[in-house]
Write a protein that binds this ligand. Structure first.
Ligand SMILES: [Fe+2]
Length: 620
């Protein structure tokens, strides 16, 4: 979701007045379904005292609840705040918004407003607690067990190692994840948590670990207030209570009690090292720059707009081309046109002009792909309809009338006139693992995991989620597509979160390394999949041991010529022992080379990267 130029990450509010076109039980609210906005109408309103707001969501790695016994509907809150480590699934407890704000230099008027709005929030929470939350918004489901947050961990050195760390693993492994700093007071989806980066640094055979929150503007303000105040994009913004939450936020903004003008993103999804900067990203904001300190700790440098070049949000899966070292990216907006923009940065970090890509409606676009000459853009059936909130539903909607399609655009396009759209019916890929050109066939081949039901990550659904590793062929000559499952149906496994050899991104690859999301949403191992033959080799973590995204680290300066010459790095958590480790697995043999015992628990998370020590030396 992107925004206008001056409010890069803050599309929650749209200051235009929208005319009332729908009458709701909220008498002062109206819906303008065309503009996808909701308006607070005050009596005798002027343009200054009308508030229109819009939705922004954060959509990183997919997670879906597993059926659990229904909780008693008398309480709504969760579980865990990351002040000290706890065992899994502690009993839910009542939480109330704290009335006291920390060290705020507010005038009397602001203090009165804060008190009044806190009262409104307390009333809202009381009302919300009368109804059970959907599982996709119930924190007791969403952040239970090892999905629960942890506190920061200062760097610890000389970690115990079992086995032998390959010499080529010299640098730092980093992984992002959602880790709510404050205990949720209402709905919470796993994707809503504050960004936390975990770092395992390898220095001359010695290993250190640390984890730190990314100090977003949002988190900094909540820390100052001592409580969560920003709306949670997925867990809270559905139905009428979601509208009320938005209104509450905007009322606080009007009184300058909170400030979303410098971004409201959580930076919890992706990580990329580009042009000597480590960037933590979520698609609802521009990136945050993180610095790895020489001793293996992490600090947040700033909200990084590429030296004033980036004026809109950026998705959390930009692609670094291994040949030209450019960074390719998209930005999408759930409110206003253009709903989608494409841009790139050259290897020196100089941004290209935006290419506006016309879409009929705002569409969720978590990921995309690159080839040697093209970017491949998925325009799929999960769309944003803010008006659904007025009707009591989620604004993230599966549009069954829409035909999914892929757009193929030259990387160096100046505008979208050369975009070739090719329909791919009923295809929803949350992530795309790779794409390449087969010029002999006039085809672009896309490798992704096709999910059904498409919106089940966000909306409660009885049907269990299925994620099928698929090859989608886009014929640029005929404008037709074909799709096939890469793995035989009899051997189907849900595969999500992973990658190909990054040195071959955008080029034909034989292997993909993907998380075995079995039983969803937990990850019981990873699979090395031969994309040509469909052969699957599994590496399982063992009884009650689960992980996340496997990172494939190519062997530096390998002379083998093998695409799979490298190592898989992945965090593994033992739910019996309640301990976490980092495993290093040989990607050719799938044998465990080394495991590093970590000094604290690492929650299941999202995406990671590795920075070699040579690159780290050049860190900005
Ligand atoms: Fe993702």
């Amino acid at each position: 979701m992107a925004t206008s130029a001056t409010t890069a990450s803050n599309t929650w509010i749209n200051t235009k007045l929208a005319s009332s076109s729908y009458s709701s039980p909220f008498k002062d609210l109206s819906l303008n379904s065309n503009s996808n906005s909701i308006t607070l109408n005050k009596k005798n309103s002027t343009s200054k005292n009308r508030i229109s707001c819009s939705l922004q969501t954060t959509l990183p790695f997919p997670k879906q609840y597993q059926p659990k016994p229904k909780p008693k509907p008398t309480t709504t809150t969760t579980t865990i705040i990351p002040t000290k480590e706890t065992k899994p699934n502690p009993p839910p407890s009542e939480t109330k918004p704290k009335q006291q704000q920390k060290n705020q230099k507010w005038n009397l008027f602001q203090k009165a407003a804060a008190t009044a709005l806190d009262f409104v929030e307390t009333t809202l929470i009381t009302q919300e607690r009368k109804h059970p939350l959907p599982k996709t918004a119930d924190p007791r489901v969403q952040i239970s067990g090892n999905f629960a947050p942890v506190p920061e961990h200062p760097v610890t050195h000389s970690l115990p190692v079992t086995g032998k760390i390959p010499k080529c693993i010299d640098g730092v492994y980093l992984r992002n994840g959602a880790n709510p700093h404050y205990e949720p007071v209402a709905g919470h989806h796993f994707f809503d948590g504050d960004g936390m980066v975990h770092a395992v640094k390898f220095t001359n055979g010695s290993v250190s670990y640390s984890c730190r929150f990314t100090e977003t503007h949002r988190l900094a303000q909540e820390k100052a207030l001592g409580r969560p105040v920003f709306p949670k994009a997925i867990g809270e913004l559905h139905g009428h209570s979601g509208i009320a939450r938005l209104m509450l936020y905007y009322a606080r903004s009007l009184f300058n009690l909170v400030d979303g003008s410098h971004g409201m993103g959580v930076a919890n999804a992706g990580l990329v090292y580009f042009n000597n900067r480590l960037l933590a990203m979520s698609e609802d904001d521009i990136p945050y720059q993180i610095r790895v300190t020489p001793n293996g700790d992490l600090t947040t440098v700033c909200r990084y707009d590429f030296n004033n070049q980036l004026k809109s949000t950026m998705i959390a899966h930009p692609k670094v081309d291994p040949i030209d070292n450019n960074l390719y990216a998209l930005s999408y907006d759930v409110i206003q046109k253009p709903y989608l923009k494409y841009f790139r940065f050259d290897s020196n970090g100089v941004k290209s002009p935006d290419v506006e890509i016309p879409l009929a409606e705002p569409t969720m676009m978590h990921d995309f792909a690159i080839t040697e000459n093209f970017v491949v853009v998925p325009d799929q059936q999960v769309v944003f309809k803010l008006g659904e909130m007025i009707r009591g539903g989620s604004p993230v909607v599966y549009n069954k009338e829409k035909v999914s399609r892929f757009g193929v655009l030259p990387k160096n396009a100046k505008d979208s006139s050369d975009m070739k759209w090719i329909d791919a019916p009923d295809c929803f890929c949350f992530h795309l693992w790779n794409a390449w050109e087969e010029k002999e066939n006039d085809e672009v081949v896309v490798i992704g995991s096709c999910m059904t039901p498409a919106d089940s990550i966000f909306n409660e659904c009885e049907e269990s989620l299925k994620s099928v590793l698929s090859e989608i062929r886009l014929n640029l000559k005929t404008g037709k597509s074909t799709r096939r499952a890469i793995i035989d149906e009899s051997q189907h496994v849900n595969l999500e979160a992973g990658m190909v050899n990054k040195n071959k991104l955008g080029r034909k690859t034989q292997f993909a390394y993907l998380a075995l999301a079995e039983t969803w949403p937990k990850v019981s191992g990873f699979a090395k999949v031969d994309l040509f033959s469909g052969q699957v080799n599994k590496y399982l973590y063992g009884d009650q041991r689960f992980g996340g995204e496997p990172l494939f680290l190519p062997t530096l300066d390998s002379n083998s010529g093998r695409e799979d010459d490298g190592y898989i790095l992945t965090f593994v958590h033992d739910e019996k022992e309640w301990k976490s480790e980092l495993q290093i697995v040989n990607a050719i043999t799938l044998k465990l080379e080394a495991s590093i015992k970590l000094p604290s628990r690492v929650p299941y998370g999202f995406h990671g990267t590795f920075i070699h020590s040579n690159d780290l030396k050049k860190q900005a």
